[in-house]
Write a protein that binds this ligand. Sequence first.
Ligand SMILES: CC(C)(COP(=O)(O)OP(=O)(O)OC[C@H]1O[C@@H](n2cnc3c(N)ncnc32)[C@H](O)[C@@H]1OP(=O)(O)O)[C@@H](O)C(=O)NCCC(=O)NCCS
Length: 214
Amino acid sequence: MTELWIIGAGGHAKVVAETAQAAGFSICGFLDDSEQMRGQQVLQWQVHGDSSAESMHRLGVRTAAIGIGDNATRKAIAERLDEVVDWATIVHPSSVLSPSCKLGAGSVVFAGAIVQADSILGRHVILNTQSHLDHDGRLGDYAHLCPGAALAGDVHVGEGSLLGTGCAALPGTRIGNWCKVGAGSSVARPLEDHCTAIGVPARQIRTHSPPHSA
Ligand SMILES: CC(C)(COP(=O)(O)OP(=O)(O)OC[C@H]1O[C@@H](n2cnc3c(N)ncnc32)[C@H](O)[C@@H]1OP(=O)(O)O)[C@@H](O)C(=O)NCCC(=O)NCCS
């Protein structure tokens, strides 16, 4: 059984921990940078330290998963610790992944998610509860399909984009890098990089800075 540490100790981290447990990992505990969380009990596990490389060495962390839903934060942590730990790829046993799909290191697939044929998912993506990615889908690194998001066939999503709870994307749609699609929205037209789009059909309401220049 692989021993696994979870970085982050908030609500998303709880779900990552229980998903990993269901997938057969042995959970060692949480690592969180907030002083207030240190020593706290979260579910049946403890917060043992922060997410510094020093903590990793002290605790003998070999394999970790990032339990943080914010895509830019997840990217920053992944890049900082890439040479320090191995990233677990976690798939809940109730999810259905096509044998022809590819899933990048550090990605987490929650209960009831479905990925169909020939889809390619990057590193550290989140497929949240009951989200669906149909055939020939593409999800860039650090993208997040929130609970119940449903992407039709041949939808391509760029790096770091957030697709809100219960949103939809029509077949063949292209969604850029670091976009935010509002909960319940329906994407019918291409979305340019760094935009926020809401509604049915989704309309761009603003553009924002890429995370590294924030
Ligand atoms: C789209 C979203 C990213 C915008 O967040 P934001 O940039 O902070 O925008 P604001 O909250 O300032 O909202 C801007 C306007 O859009 C409206 N709006 C926000 N989200 C909306 C949505 N999903 N559908 C329709 N209208 C929405 C707001 O009411 C507000 O309208 P107003 O200007 O008339 O008051 C966010 O509202 C959202 O839907 N996020 C998805 C969150 C989610 O599903 N998380 C799951 C985690 S597991």
